[in-house]
Design a protein around this ligand. Structure first.
Ligand code: NAD
Length: 539
């Protein structure tokens, strides 16, 4: 057990890192003075997992299961990760999307176990003291949010802490990052959500969000102090609002080891889905036209990496940009709107007629793929899907908005309305769909396929920073791991149950990129894949 002393007697049950509950062996019971403090029979690790699963099965609502898992983690972390790793398909939707959305919304009402750091303006000028108080001697990965744009749910203030906690659990379960070396952080800079400001149980600062120099100073102080204590730490920015997310990434991307999963991790996993779709369509990425419903972090992140992917096939960048178009809350992003556009949308303002009707935009741009990332539900209507099926033999339909209630369409709608032609991926999980005797197995374009492995590769190689090329390498590697059987049933991603071996391969590819591009802080091992695998924590 890392970073924990040996607890004796009943104290052994109170430390989540050393507690084994009924799985303490006879010898350990004797050594630690536990005889008589536990039921007589010793359980195996497997029995512990199955017992826990039985308990969880007693609860119907996902949020209740999440609360039980919280308690488990607070009492026996090893068992928590054993369970999560073994049944990742079953518990990922509880620990992360879609349940984590509700978990955040209720955070102030269900909070029981402090985890990670809560840094607010009260700490400005003294962030070092807070960082020093963190119990972790070493930290490999920090996930930090300011809670402004949680999933598709908007401003959640301090309640957004559910996201870094959930994401870091996936770093461990999906890519073997040692949980003792992970640290969730929320920057509590206020909230603009009145309902929280009025909620007596709300746990954050009761004031509107601070912006400007004061905000930037707190972020900078946090980053500098975290890196002072843990110089090799990877900092993942998570669920910041647009105005800060793009700015912070641009400022820090090539200066420190960091990335933004909403922008870059999303891009990587969605580009994977497109490569898989190309294998089914037997077409090249350079033949495609991508129309995004939404023009925020996910949309521009994906568009930028698709452009890189097209450029990597030898196409001129100016030409490649024309393969992506955006549709935001004001309609199609066109050249006529250039002056008033946010910087991240400007490259995609093409010479097209203005329209605020998505169906019209499809008729005009004639996309081969539509990608829904506006957190606006039910926008891939029957007419939209029919038009896509009319324009394309195999239309690519990605309904990525989370949680499930925000999805642009369901898997069933996509397959039935396009008469089984759609190549579909979603942000939240959907059950298989039977259409005219054929079973389609839609898979999530889940960021969990790549962000933990990207982190693993970067941490392993002690990368100095993470260029966009790393995200394209991860996408290409994941696409290679989609089997012909997966493709035959319409799955554009491998099963999540294979995530650990998948992460090893992606992690090794990312680390290889760091070694090849002189970005690594250590020596390249002879057998990189084996070394990455050995580096991983196993419960
Ligand atoms: P964001 O806030 O950065 O962007 C949302 C965009 O939607 C903005 O450009 C906004 O103008 C646009 N929009 C809002 N209402 C609209 C409307 N009625 N019509 C057209 N456009 C509209 O958010 P984001 O980070 O880009 O995430 C968007 C959604 O994508 C969220 O639901 C998120 O959960 C989901 N997402 C899924 C994945 C995944 O499946 N792997 C990854 C990232 C994000």
């Amino acid at each position: 057990m890392t970073q924990c002393c040996k607890h004796v007697g009943a104290a052994a049950f109170r430390c989540p890192l050393t507690n084994k509950g009924a799985a303490f062996t006879e010898k350990e019971r004797e050594e630690l003075g536990l005889s008589g403090l536990l039921p007589t029979a010793v359980s195996t690790d497997d029995q512990q997992v199955e017992r826990m699963r039985e308990i969880l099965n007693r609860f119907e609502k996902p949020i209740d299961k999440a609360l039980v898992l919280d308690s488990l983690r607070a009492t026996d972390e090893d068992l928590y990760f054993r369970l999560l790793t073994r049944y990742i398909d079953e518990y990922m939707p509880i620990v992360y999307t879609p349940t984590v959305g509700e978990y955040c919304q209720r955070f102030s009402h269900i909070f029981r176990y402090p985890r990670g750091l809560f840094i607010s303006y009260q700490h400005a000028g003294h962030v070092r003291d807070v960082i020093e108080r963190a119990p972790n001697k070493e930290v490999d990965v920090i996930v930090v949010t300011d809670g402004e744009r949680i999933l598709g749910l908007g401003d959640q203030g301090i309640n957004g802490m559910g996201i870094p906690i959930g994401k870091l659990a996936l770093y461990t379960a999906c890519a073997g990052i040692n949980p003792a070396k992970t640290l969730p952080v929320v920057l509590d800079v206020g909230t603009n959500r009145q309902e929280y400001l009025d909620d007596p149980l709300y746990l954050g600062l009761r004031k509107p969000r601070t912006r400007g120099p004061e905000y930037d100073a707190l972020v900078a102080e946090f980053i500098s102090e975290a890196r002072r204590r843990w110089p090799n730490v990877l900092i993942q920015f998570e669920d910041f609002g647009n105005q800060n997310a793009f700015r912070l990434l641009e400022h820090y991307q090539d200066k420190i080891l960091c990335f933004n999963d909403d922008i870059q991790g999303t891009a990587s996993v969605v580009v994977t889905g497109m490569y898989s779709a190309m294998r089914i369509k037997k077409e090249a990425i350079t033949d495609q036209r991508f129309l995004f419903f939404g023009a925020g972090e996910a949309a521009t992140g994906i568009a930028n990496l698709l452009v890189d992917a097209i450029v990597s096939e030898g196409v001129d960048r100016e030409e490649a940009i024309k393969h992506c178009a955006l549709f935001d809350s004001k309609g199609l992003v066109t050249k006529n709107r250039f002056e008033g556009l946010a910087a991240h949308k400007k490259p995609y303002a093409h010479d097209m007629a203005d329209t605020n009707c998505f169906l019209e935009a499809i008729k005009q741009y004639k996309p081969t793929a539509i990608i829904g990332v506006a957190a606006t539900p039910k926008t891939f209507t029957k007419e939209v899907l029919e038009e896509m099926a009319k324009l394309n033999e195999r239309p690519i339909i990605f309904a990525l908005s989370n949680p499930t209630s925000r999805a642009e369409c369901t898997a069933e709608e996509a397959y039935t309305i396009t008469k089984g032609k759609a190549l579909f991926a979603s942000g939240s999980p959907f059950d298989p769909v039977v259409y005219e005797g054929k079973t389609f197995v839609p898979r999530q374009g889940n960021n969990s396929y790549v962000f933990p492995a990207l982190g693993l590769g970067a941490v392993f190689a002690r990368a100095k920073w993470m260029p966009d090329g790393m995200f394209l390498v991860a996408a290409k590697k994941l696409a290679e791991l989609v089997s012909e059987e997966d493709l035959a049933q319409g799955s554009l991603y491998p099963p999540l149950s294979d995530i650990l071996p998948v992460s090893v391969k992606i992690g090794a590819a990312v680390a290889a990129y760091a070694y090849d591009h002189n970005l690594a802080g250590n020596e390249r091992p002879a057998d990189l894949e084996k070394a990455v695998e050995e580096f991983m924590y196993r419960p």
